[in-house]
Design a protein around this ligand. Sequence first.
Ligand code: GLA
Length: 728
Amino acid sequence: MGISYFEEKKIFKLDTERTTYLIGLSPEGYVGHIYYGRRLLGEGSNYLLRMQEPPYTPSVNLREKSSFLDAFPTEYPTGGIGDYRESCLDVRGESGSIGSELLFDSYRILKGKEKLAGLPASFGRQEDVETLEIICEDSILQLRAILSYSVFACCDMITRSVRIENIGSRHLKLEKVYSACLDMDNRDFEMLTLTGSWARERCIQRGRVRYGKQMVSSVRGESSHQEHPFIALVTPETTQESGEIYAMNFVYSGNFIAQAELSQYGNVRMVMGIHEDYFCWNLRPGEMFQTPEAVLTYSAQGLGRMTRNFHDFYREHIIRSPHKYGKRPVLINNWEATYFDFDSEKLVDIAKEAGKAGIEMLVMDDGWFGKRNCDDSSLGDWTVNEEKITAGLPDLVQRVNDAGLKFGIWFEPEMISPDSDLYRAHPDWAIQIKGRRPTQIRAQYVLDLSRPEVVDYAYKCIADILHCAPIAYVKWDMNRQLCDIGSSCLKEDAQGELMHRYVLGVYEMQERLVNEFPDLLLENCSGGGARFDPGMLYYSPQIWCSDDVDAVERLRIQEGTALIYPLASMGAHIGDCPNHVVGRNTPFATRGHVALAGTFGYELDITQISKEEREQIPEQVGLYHKYRPLIQGGDYYRLASWSMEKPYDCWEVAAKDKSHALVTFVQVLAQPNVHSRVIYLRGLEEKWKYRLEGTEEIYSGEELMKCGYLVPSCKGDFISFLYHFVRN
Ligand code: GLA
């Protein structure tokens, strides 16, 4: 396993436990993609590069160079010289024209993996990961491209990124620089992506790949509610258990493109990177540009295997937080309980009642600072509003602590309200185009985080608050997307750098935060789940999944999110009913079972709900603590999908050692005159016996997996059951 180079054949072989990735060089030094798929035991050869077929390589047939370039499966296509498919690199030279051509220069193989400057990225010990760097050059532009591949053998993951260096004496402009490309022969692939909107993030979408380009993307300055930096090409009929999948996910939180292109010879090119729109980066002599990382996995065992590869990988190699596997406090957040209408007394009342029910942390959401009594002012003025928090923050925190709860707080540090002291003092700190009135979204502008003094200010606001009292948790929100892309600080020819510099500014602030407050539990959020991506997971072990906490809507949102991200990274709470977004009533117990599949908490006024509901809370908190280690560390299996096909939804988490498994079954709409439902468990040991906890029922692992378990038919909409099978 790991990385090998076969000098004679000029082939690089990247092996993980179940997969092989082969890269080959043409005689001229073009870096070609030979193969990615099931693990190959032999060395492999390069016939799939089709260099022996017409039009042949340029050294044999120079007059048809473009025909070659336009068909050659390449690792990193460059624009402007005859490959007309999507390019990954467009460089404008000093002459003003675009064109680049990368030829192999050398390579380097190293144990472990180096950090990516300023960016979140996967990490691992020397025994976990090996890295291949293929160094290519364009001798005309005097540009070097270092194609980097890190191989995480145990979870079948390969991460890719590119570093571009200007090694000449002329000013170059990068107009596009993607992170990864995968060229393959088409196999009637379907493209699977995640799309949505506010309150309905990450719905699974799947359709046949057609000729031309199809993509998901964002130019909103964040990964977005609408489209997600994830793409998978799957063979037809792929299910949870069978079918082949090539998947890419982007460790980045800003503009992106994830695209599949089916071209004339039946070749599919899959690319991922920072979106080229609004992007242009100056690369002066001696400078370098580092792309974010794309994460690739291949599964020959259906979507389930792909999912578990991602979960294991993110848990072990992206999420750094000490809270990753730790006991995370069950929290109660006052947003849906009070919105902006609260004061210290109200919060303390909630905390006292919550403490009695076993809830462990109170989170004070939006509205505690400046003059913020609704959403049209004060972002940027991060001083406590003492009309609401009457005796100051340390006093409130103390009183909440006295009630037995930790204290958490909400910030939206990247923003500035037009009606704020900050804006009155520094109108130029807002992102805007000179001479054009900036567009408001939720009555706010975005801070220009390309400016170091703005990053310093925004960071200091958070740090000062955190220093004034023992605050255990921060919810870091970001409630509007970017437009009017202009900085009053960047030079004219650097305006195209703003959107990426903005993301780097966010990363810098979060990096400072986790370093200065290592025990802090950080939860990212963006108008619900608009910035739920691996970049953010590098800083926070959990991300608010959606502003829609309706138990039924959450089935779909959490199914789509858990397709890639570990359950314990999904912020999931029990809200009040009728649900504030869809107006639906669902049983309190069902809301609890659905929220158990994430980081568990409450989003309601506990002093106002019914006694019957309040009395269920201690048991729910107990369930969370009982199953937390399993949900944080186990293997996730999707057994049935309400959003795709069934009247019910069902998922399972099995312990890695197969000693027990928790199944959650939700009957969405009851149907008349139906039998019990059979569900087939996964991830158990066939030979072992399992007892269904709380009953005398005993089954073998084989029975549960091959014959299935029968969920009795029952009456009622939106009802749910937990089944815990424990080795007997
Ligand atoms: C966003 C978040 C909510 C809440 C509000 C406050 O919408 O997703 O949970 O914090 O902002 O304004």
